[in-house]
Design a protein around this ligand. Structure first.
Ligand SMILES: [Mg+2]
Length: 413
């Protein structure tokens, strides 16, 4: 038995934890730079705010209906996500964090999985303030489908067995996990309009439409597990950090500062997973939607002599790359860095003629990184990152980072 615990309207729920008066009121959260609606409360959905709608298109709709609008506060959401997962871990020894708001749990051998789900849902709600829905099934795909139905019917927890015609028949084909819009069109042509009718299509037809991937979904809907619980996320090959600027950036100094910040962010991700980067790519681009402005974009990469997780080396090389592609006279919209070909730090191979410089700075780098990890990004940072950060994203309606910053802790009275 597999359980899928999914936080309801997660970003909105995080905001509501610290602003309880927003319960039952329409709330939306916007993407980076206050671009599009990326999370909507049920009330906002009812008003007709579409998912992914650009904010400027829905601004008056929101004003007319008193919709509370927030900029995204990813630091808060990430921290709340960690809290939810730590509560979930008490209910099952094996757990896969699938996304920021979804986890699969191994419920096999549990005599009353539905009863346990109800308790888990209540505990997460009491301890974190985040409402979740739990779907149960003998495969991941069925658990996902059960979760969808639990949300739709407002029941909170639901179990779906593979032969359950009524439940499977209620989920449209394009809403089945692993079936996209494109595949759905082709499946409808062979009579598969919902999850149930998909299970009735012969395997050979399924394979001819969507290959082995769709066949796996088909098997899972019929109760045969094909997807394992992945407790350890597979190490990534590359890691990217890039952002759009809050205002156009023209000067090299500001760009260097931005790229240094992205480099540090990327290297911290890499260090956290125990990897080293073998190469670096830096890119810049102007705003291609501003047809009235001169356009330029460029990228350049280099491979490092030796795989590294040293921010000093990465910043230095990234700045070299940036200077090589920077052209004055353009308004840059975005810049970023990609750390290439990540390898495990256990398999590091030293350079035969490497000087001792790296060893001497090693302890210093580790100390700064440790301070930053413990006291936050302003507790320990590299000079190249600068202090001003005028290029940072727009987040005009962001709530305080209640749970991760002492200076932004909620106040009462
Ligand atoms: Mg969710």
């Amino acid at each position: 038995m597999i359980a899928l615990a999914d936080c309801n309207n997660f970003y909105v729920s995080c905001e509501r934890v610290f602003r309880p008066h927003l319960q039952n009121r329409p709330v939306i959260v916007l993407s980076n730079n206050d671009g599009c609606a990326v999370a909507r409360s049920n009330e906002a959905k009812e008003i007709g705010v579409p998912m992914g709608a650009p904010f400027h298109q829905i601004k008056s709709l929101c004003q007319q209906n008193g919709v509370q609008v927030f900029s995204s506060n990813y630091e808060l959401y990430g921290d709340m996500s960690g809290r939810v997962v730590s509560v979930l871990r008490r209910f099952a020894p094996e757990l896969e964090v699938y996304s920021i708001d979804e986890s699969f749990l191994d419920f096999s051998g549990i005599s009353d999985p539905l009863g346990l789900s109800v308790r888990m849902r209540r505990t997460v709600g009491q301890w974190t303030g985040i409402p979740i829905s739990v779907g149960l099934g003998s495969t991941k795909t069925l658990a996902k489908l059960a979760n969808r139905l639990a949300k739709k019917m407002g029941s909170g927890c639901m179990q779906v067995d593979h032969g359950d015609l009524e439940a499977l028949g209620r989920v449209a084909i394009e809403d089945v996990w692993g079936v996209g819009k494109r595949l759905a069109v082709r499946l409808r042509r062979v009579g598969a309009h919902d999850a149930w009718s998909l299970t009735q299509v012969p395997a050979s037809v399924v394979r001819s439409i969507g290959g082995v991937t769709l066949e796996r979904t088909w098997q899972e809907l019929r109760g045969t597990p094909c997807l394992d619980l992945e407790e350890v996320p597979s190490a990534r090959k590359n890691t990217c950090c890039s952002r759009s600027f809050g205002k156009p950036v023209t000067g090299l100094v500001e760009l260097e500062e931005a790229v240094a910040n992205y480099a540090v962010r990327a290297i911290r991700k890499v260090r956290a997973e125990g990897s080293l980067a073998c190469g670096i790519q830096v890119f810049v681009m102007t705003n291609r939607f501003r047809e009235d402005q001169a356009q330029y974009s460029n990228a350049r990469a280099l491979s490092l002599d030796e795989p590294t997780d040293d921010p000093i080396r990465v910043i230095r090389r990234a700045k070299e790359l940036l200077r090589a592609i920077y052209r004055p006279g353009y308004s840059y919209k975005k810049a970023g860095i990609i750390l290439l070909d990540l390898v495990s730090s256990n398999s590091q191979q030293g350079l035969l003629f490497e000087e001792f410089g790296d060893d001497r700075t090693r302890g210093f780098v580790d100390a700064v990184e440790e301070v930053a990890a413990r006291y936050g990004t302003m507790g320990g940072f590299w000079g190249a990152q600068g202090m001003d950060h005028s290029w940072r994203m727009r987040r005009e309606m962001r709530t305080p980072r209640y749970t991760t910053n002492w200076s932004e802790i909620p106040e009462f009275g």
